[in-house]
Design a protein around this ligand. Structure first.
Ligand code: URA
Length: 245
């Protein structure tokens, strides 16, 4: 099957390189090249082959990833998963141009400002819904540090599917708790209710002092991905998300 073709100016405008007029200016100046040859007319149609980012250059640099982008980011503490809020945002950790992409990149669910770890971002709405849908059962694992020692009864209560969070009308789906020591444990859940982990421990009279997500589905936060760094996901990374569903 041949790849879909789009106008060069539309492709580059949607990747955040500028307005269509600006892109026409870049093309006329010889700044856009395919396999080394200048593309002088930004109205030309170009096939969206997967290897296009290796073949098309703008001002000498390889083209940004095509739409269908999925990223894993090691979210540091202190940044917010929002497009609008004040203060440092996760989008500020990405190249500036990526904030002008259309379709836009969105976080797949959210991590609190005070939670670190594996955060996914994508411009693929169908993929996003597939990951966050409770029906998909994509498990998320959090490493938890507690203020007070575990009582020993939490694992059974969390697994029971009967824990009701304050202000809610529906009990939580079962959550797995693996004890590491008196004040450290891992919890694995498939829902994503607001502040879920912190509220679960508040419901049993404890307090979460540190929270870090290290796994989504079958995908682990890579050891060599430093806090604040991101990586474009490969097709096998995406497949790993749904492994073991
Ligand atoms: N649960 C929380 O309380 N916070 C998060 O960021 C994620 C899960």
């Amino acid at each position: 099957m041949s790849a879909k073709a789009v106008r060069l100016d539309k492709l580059l405008a949607n990747l955040g390189y500028g307005s269509r007029r600006e892109i026409q200016g870049l093309a006329r100046a010889g700044a856009i090249r395919l396999d080394g040859a200048a593309l002088a007319d930004a109205g030309d149609r170009i096939a969206l082959d997967p290897d296009l980012p290796d073949r098309l250059t703008v001002d000498g640099a390889g083209l940004d990833p095509l739409p269908g982008l999925c990223l894993m980011l090691h979210k540091p503490l202190g940044v917010t998963c929002s497009h609008k809020e004040a203060g440092p945002l996760v989008y500020g950790l990405l190249p500036e141009r990526w904030r002008r992409r259309d379709p836009p990149l969105s976080t797949v669910g959210r991590l609190d400002k005070d939670t670190s770890g594996l955060l996914l971002l994508t411009d693929d709405g169908a993929l996003l819904h597939r990951i966050i849908s409770p029906k998909a059962h994509v498990a998320k694992r959090y490493r938890v540090t507690l203020d007070r020692p575990l009582a020993g009864t939490e694992a059974a209560l969390f697994a029971s599917g009967s824990l009701m969070l304050e202000g809610e009308e529906r009990s939580l789906l079962p959550v797995r708790l693996d004890v590491e020591d008196a004040t450290h444990c891992a919890v694995t859940l498939t829902e994503g209710r607001y502040h879920q982990v912190r509220r679960m421990f508040a419901a049993v009279g404890n307090h979460v002092t540190a929270l870090h997500r290290d796994r989504v589905g079958g995908l682990d936060l890579p050891d060599d991905l430093a806090a604040g760094a991101y990586r474009v996901m490969t097709a096998s990374d995406v497949a790993a998300l749904f492994a073991g569903e």
